[in-house]
Write a protein that binds this ligand. Structure first.
Ligand code: G
Ligand code: G
Ligand code: MN
Ligand code: NA
Length: 254
């Protein structure tokens, strides 16, 4: 399959690039974190979305070297920001379940953090339920070790998977990212609005932080703030940006 071949070459030729989308504290409206989102700068096709290639990377096993490249790039970036006195923001990284299943995943994370002298508190991992396989005791154990190390774990796209609630029971997590398919409809449509306020209360009762994704309108933001959702992310504040643009935003604020 040619895309898989292209992909191998792309990894060697450094054709991948990370974009950063800010996450804001709802009360202060300050940028407190960023989600790293990968793009592929393909010679013929231009900027390719991860939707087009992450599943291929997962199927071919290339997600493991790609995942290492992503984490290294994030850690190198955090190191650079620290040296230049930029704000101490955290960076969240999407992790595919396939990566968790590699035996030395947690050790490789540890050695990458050491290599770039990055404190674990600066890194967060986002895991999507749909990518997690049912027999997950290895994943439970990896999550436990990562959290012990100091890396926060967020459950991504919360509410869209098959067993969101049993996840909350099975895994010890730091927070959830409320999926944009709910956020889009608050506070206008009745059911999503009830769901969002109930899920925020449920999460808080379990000591979980709530990040709302896909915030595009002021009305959504105002509602989420009223409901005590801690952080927001979405086009209302900023799209995912190339690093130079993201740095400008960090400087001037959203
Ligand atoms: O970047 P965009 O907003 O288009 O992301 C589309 C999808 O690709 C999302 O589901 C996102 O979680 C996933 N994605 C983006 N970057 C990464 C990455 O670095 N690793 C993994 N595993 N998934 C990613
Ligand atoms: O699955 P995950 O949550 O990691 O994916 C993040 C995706 O959501 C990225 O593709 C990102 O570009 C997209 N995204 C971020 N903010 C918004 C938004 O406000 N509206 C929409 N429609 N998409 C968003
Ligand atoms: Mn995500
Ligand atoms: Na999400």
């Amino acid at each position: 399959f040619s895309l898989a071949n292209d992909f191998r070459k792309a990894l060697q030729n450094e054709e991948f690039v990370l974009y950063y989308q800010p996450r804001l504290d709802t009360i202060t409206r300050k940028i407190v974190a960023a989600e790293a989102l990968i793009r592929w700068e393909h010679d013929d096709w231009g900027l390719v979305s991860p939707v087009e290639f992450i599943h291929i990377a997962e199927e071919t096993g290339l997600i493991v070297p790609l995942g290492n490249w992503i984490l290294k790039t994030v850690c190198r970036q955090i190191h650079t920001w620290s040296k230049s006195g930029m704000a101490d923001i955290r960076v969240s990284v999407n992790i595919s379940a396939k990566q968790f299943l590699v035996d030395d995943f947690v050790d490789s994370v540890w050695s990458i953090l050491r290599e770039f002298d990055v404190k674990p508190e600066r890194i967060e991992f986002e895991i999507t339920e749909t990518t997690i396989i049912p027999n997950d005791s290895a994943i439970v154990e990896s999550i436990r070790r990562l959290r012990q190390m100091g890396i926060a774990i967020y459950f991504d796209d919360f509410g869209t998977g098959y067993s969101s609630l049993s996840w909350l029971q099975r895994f010890e997590l730091d927070g959830i990212k409320l999926d944009k398919s709910f956020v889009t409809h608050v506070p206008v449509r009745w059911a999503p609005t009830q769901i969002v306020s109930s899920v925020i209360r449920l999460a808080h009762s379990l000591n979980l932080t709530v990040v709302a994704e896909g915030v595009e309108a002021n009305g959504q933001f105002a509602f989420l703030k009223d409901e005590k959702c801690e952080q927001v992310q979405g086009f209302l504040f900023s799209r995912p940006l190339p690093v130079e643009k993201f740095e400008e935003l960090l400087d001037v604020g959203v």
